[in-house]
Design a protein around this ligand. Structure first.
Ligand code: ADP
Ligand code: ADP
Length: 234
């Protein structure tokens, strides 16, 4: 997979800076942990990568984002980014649909032919270790799954589009300790196949599984500054 690079990215909400001059590089197939206090701009930074920020009124992003050699921040049609850059949130948020339709839906949205969808769905469920658990109840509601299973389904829903990058915003922090461990091990298993950028409040987790750690902090009156420190220990 390609590397992901941010060069001097700034995110403003109206006149207020949320992120100033964020520069970092996640090596292709590596996992970077992004840590820092609440409100320092970590979610805004993730949003500037897949351009979720475009839909927020008054939000402006500047600077450059590169995927491999391509300056994706210059792309006119950010919708095309959703396929290359998957996203997983803190709170598991499966669609209120059946388990299988959670995977068919994004495939349908992206124009994948109907006849190919179920094979891709199975492949994604296998990749997150959920296939054996749910293969007998694919047509039951995803909302009947446990929290940890729902989060793995959300990861599968991102992976089913075969993205190159996966953005994870505190993917384990809403889960019980056992599920959290399962999802953590799943994330580790994705290294090498995807380029991963994960926000976490859990420094022990960052140290355990990340190839590099970036620290984000707040400076008085000046939004937030990000320093990327390669493999420095936290
Ligand atoms: P973190 O993820 O590190 O907690 P956020 O990116 O959520 O930080 O927020 C960074 C700053 O941007 C905060 O001051 C927050 O209040 C502000 N902010 C976030 N989202 C919005 C929004 N939609 N409109 C206005 N301000 C926002
Ligand atoms: P749904 O059954 O979920 O409504 P469709 O089968 O109608 O989905 O297709 C969803 C999208 O995929 C549409 O944009 C459609 O044009 C496109 N699509 C469907 N089949 C093909 C195909 N064989 N080749 C290319 N695009 C297709």
């Amino acid at each position: 997979p390609p590397s992901l690079e941010l060069q001097g990215v700034c995110v403003h909400y109206g006149n207020q800076a949320a992120i100033e001059h964020a520069s970092l590089t996640v090596g292709g197939g590596e996992l970077m942990a992004l840590v820092g206090p609440s409100g320092c701009g970590k979610s805004s930074l993730l949003g500037s990568i897949n351009r979720m920020t475009d839909s927020i009124p008054g939000c402006r992003v500047s600077g450059r984002v590169l995927l491999g050699d391509e300056v994706i921040s210059a792309r006119r049609d950010p919708a095309t980014l959703r396929r290359q850059i998957g996203m997983v949130f803190q709170q598991p948020n499966p669609f209120p649909l059946s388990i299988i339709d959670n995977l068919r839906f994004p495939l349908s949205e992206h124009g994948v032919p109907r006849r190919d969808r179920d094979a891709l769905a199975e492949q994604a469920l296998r990749a997150v270790g959920l296939w054996e658990e749910v293969k007998g109840r694919l047509n039951q509601s995803a909302l009947g799954l446990s929290g940890g299973q729902q989060q793995r389904l959300c990861i599968a829903r991102a992976l089913v589009l075969e993205p190159q990058v996966l953005l994870l915003d505190e993917p384990c922090s809403a889960l019980d300790p056992v599920s959290s461990k399962v999802v953590e091990e799943l994330i580790v298993s994705l290294k090498g196949r995807y380029t991963l950028l994960m926000v976490t409040h859990n420094l022990a987790q960052a140290r355990r599984i990340a190839d590099s750690v970036t620290v984000c902090w707040v400076e008085a009156g000046c939004g937030c500054v990000v320093e990327s420190n390669g493999c420095r220990q936290v």
